[in-house]
Design a protein around this ligand. Structure first.
Ligand code: NAP
Length: 439
């Protein structure tokens, strides 16, 4: 039997501690499937004295991740600390430069420096695996990087942030406000004390940027993403969406268009009977549309210690089974040096259906005026409905429009024109509609 694979782990928090536990409890099975043992020989975290409920007595403790990456007698460096810069970036760079294989769950690091790190790995003949960085336990990286080779991908999209999906699901099911659902998510440990990164869409954007590169063979462009979080979604929007046969999800969408690639993260209405609309709570889903396969949809646990550690372990097992000197799968699906420059499609050119909710003074002529503003911008309407606004007595009404496919530019112009009208009360709400192809 081949020598044991020696693993060094930097970060023993939620994911790191789960990984240690799983590797230790499944040692015999792993040895059989990988053809060699997997041994944790070096570890580090910030606090050496914390009780983590795991046995790390046989591993050498290092006082810093950089030192572990540079000096430990290991084959694989596993980075489970997080952060785009600092210790995570420095130690991963050091490990790859030494020719060590690296496994990481760190989407922030990959979104910021993925191409550079892939370049170092490829130059050194090392593997850089990151299945856990996008949609936790769902094997979407492997699907795009390996299984769909030869397919031309036209669109990849998904629900990739459990916190947002939990909040939107609770709002819909319990009729609670955004603020109440956020508080509950924090109490249950689904949302961070500072939830901005999740609810403003940044976390989804990091994951989307990685998927875009794998799907379209372009350089990572995490700063070129149109971003809207879920903080403006009200219970009124959720009820209106339900009445119209939709549910609201925070989607990350990357799509090839004639003018470039569209990358966008925003609240999205999806048809109620689509599979992705049924993905509730902290569960994630990723859909890939491609020419040979058609539509692939993967649904599963997007976070949590064990689910994420499962993906990390799969990456380690791939390394254990790989042969030294063998041809490596390019880190980002395409060799780092051959990735095409990213060409951004203008958001103004985005085409799709839109939901527009307006609060208006209850006067005659308002309906006709709104319809006229739409017509002036060549927007054709699928439906326009007027409803009483319960909290406004007789003074204001809600008008809800659903458009046929149109452009972002037309919708913004029409809404800007309506904003000039004296009958408008408050800010209009605009939510894009996305239609899955097959499911
Ligand atoms: N949790 C999830 O569900 C999930 C899902 C997908 C991906 N991820 C990714 O997995 C990674 C780890 O997440 P996590 O939830 O396990 O985080 P976590 O619970 O906060 O654990 C982070 C660990 O890293 C250690 N650490 C942080 N900075 C360090 C430094 N400068 N030097 C040494 N050790 C340091 C911490 O040490 P102490 O324990 O001593 O403080 C802790 O053990 C992140 O990149 C995250 O984005 C997490």
């Amino acid at each position: 039997m081949a020598d044991a694979l020696k693993v060094g782990i930097a970060g023993l928090g939620t994911v790191g501690a789960s990984l240690v536990r799983i590797i230790q409890t499944r040692a015999n099975e792993l040895t059989v499937t990988c053809g060699r043992a997997i041994e944790i020989t070096a570890v580090t975290a910030r606090d050496r004295n914390r009780d983590r409920g795991i046995d790390i007595s046989r591993a050498t403790w290092f006082d810093s991740p950089e030192k572990l990456a540079a000096e430990a007698d290991i084959d694989v460096f596993v980075e489970l600390m997080g952060g785009a810069e600092g210790a995570a970036a420095d130690s991963v760079r050091a490990a790859l430069t030494r020719g060590l294989h690296v496994v990481t769950a760190n989407k922030a690091l990959l979104a910021a420096s993925g191409v550079e790190l892939a370049g170092i790995a490829e130059e050194k003949g090392a593997l850089l695996n990151f299945e856990a960085a996008v949609a936790g336990g769902i094997p979407v990286i492997k699907a795009l990087r390996e299984s769909l080779t030869g397919n031309t991908v036209s669109r990849v999209y998904g629900i990739m942030n459990g916190t947002c999906n939990y909040i939107l699901t609770r709002m819909e099911k319990e009729g609670l406000s955004f603020a109440d659902c956020l508080k509950e998510a924090q109490r249950l440990g689904y949302a961070e004390a500072d939830p901005a990164f999740d609810i403003e869409g940044n976390d989804t954007a990091h994951k989307l940027a990685i998927l875009t590169t794998l799907a379209f063979g372009t350089e990572i462009a995490a700063d070129e993403i149109y971003l809207e979080g879920i903080t403006n979604i009200s219970i009124e929007d959720i009820h209106a969406a339900a009445d119209l046969g939709y549910r609201i999800k925070l989607l990350g969408v990357a799509q090839q268009t004639d003018s470039g690639i569209e990358q966008r993260v925003h609240p999205t209405m999806v048809p109620h009977d689509s599979v992705i609309a049924q993905v509730d709570g902290v569960t994630n889903a990723v859909a890939i549309e491609s020419d040979i396969l058609g539509e692939l949809l993967m649904v599963g646990p997007g976070a949590g210690g064990d689910a994420t550690a499962s993906a990390v372990l799969g990456d380690i097992a791939d390394i254990a089974k790989s042969r030294p000197g063998a041809q490596r799968v390019p880190v980002l699906g395409t060799p780092a040096a051959a990735l095409a420059p990213y060409k951004r499609a203008r958001m103004q050119s985005h085409e799709g259906g839109y939901f527009i909710r307006l609060t208006v003074a209850d006067r005659t002529g308002v309906f006709a005026s709104i319809a006229a503003r739409m017509a002036e911008n060549a927007i054709s309407l699928e439906s326009i409905v007027q409803r009483a606004k319960p909290d406004a007595g007789d003074t204001a009404k809600t008008i809800i429009l659903v458009t046929h496919a149109t452009t972002e530019d037309s919708v913004r112009k029409a809404v800007d024109a309506i904003k000039q009208e004296s009958y408008l009360v408050g800010e209009p709400q605009v939510i894009r509609i996305e239609r899955p192809k097959a499911f």
